[in-house]
Design a protein around this ligand. Structure first.
Ligand code: SAH
Length: 226
């Protein structure tokens, strides 16, 4: 899989991909993450990528031309399954969208900044809009990193334990059960006995019950939704 991220602040995207699981995924060749500096596609000598809003109002707007230049160049190199604009009013990111995107081959994530992008970008250049929640960030970079992370960890071979992503919250319509590690007792706080029993069927039953209980308490909306 390949993910191209278009941004006017490429440095914001350096660290999310240079550690741990996301770094290893790239080293193993399971994903290529390419960050593109929008300023390289600007057409004036100051390399500007934003301008004042027509009609007035506070805040700058990202210009269409550098974005179009960058997307056109990428599209000339390969086909893209989706060209996604990160936007607070987009479709809300869920595990099911992450699952869908993890089956794609090439994705572009476009990060807005300031007041967002010229509306014509949204009308003509992109295929999908994703939000990471009903709140406003100063830029799409962190949102793009969230989308990329949620997708990359699902690619086969990225997590060491192949079943690990499947046992995470939301994969089966439930949130994950509690987890514990050593020591079995700390300050008198004990790990549930059943987890130390070695009895696999009982342990699985306990995990399922805890997942169900937690889902009822914390995300009742998930129950009955599938
Ligand atoms: N004026 C816009 C907000 C712009 S925020 C509005 O009111 O809708 C600047 C950029 O940050 C956006 O273009 C988008 O790319 C990104 N962004 C902000 N919040 C986001 C969210 N919740 N999810 C995804 N992207 C977001």
């Amino acid at each position: 899989m390949r993910i191209d991220i278009i941004t006017c602040l490429p440095r914001l995207l350096e660290s999310p991909f240079s550690d741990s699981i996301l770094k290893r995924a790239q080293q193993k060749g399971l994903v290529t993450v390419a960050i593109h500096d929008l300023r390289d596609y600007a057409t004036n000598k100051h390399r500007t990528t934003d301008d004042y809003a027509f009609g007035g109002g506070a805040g700058m707007v990202m210009m269409i031309e550098p974005i179009d230049n960058c997307i056109t160049k990428l599209k000339s190199e390969r086909g893209y399954d989706e060209i996604i604009y990160m936007s607070p009013d987009g479709e809300m990111l869920t595990q099911s969208i992450a699952n869908q995107l993890s089956l794609k081959k090439n994705l572009i994530l476009l990060c807005g900044h300031y007041k967002g992008v010229d509306e014509r970008v949204r009308e003509h250049l992109i295929t999908r809009e994703i939000s990471i929640g009903n709140y406003v960030l100063s830029g799409g970079e962190l949102a793009a990193a969230v989308v990329a992370d949620s997708v990359i960890r699902l690619l086969p071979g990225v997590l060491n334990d192949e079943t690990s992503a499947l046992s995470d919250s939301f994969q089966d319509g439930l949130v994950a059960p509690p987890v514990y590690t050593r020591p079995a007792e700390y300050k008198g706080w004990k790990v549930p006995e059943v987890l130390l029993s070695g009895h696999e069927a009982k342990i699985n039953q306990w995990k399922y019950e805890k997942s169900l209980e937690r889902t009822k308490n914390r995300r009742p909306g998930l129950l009955g939704s599938n």
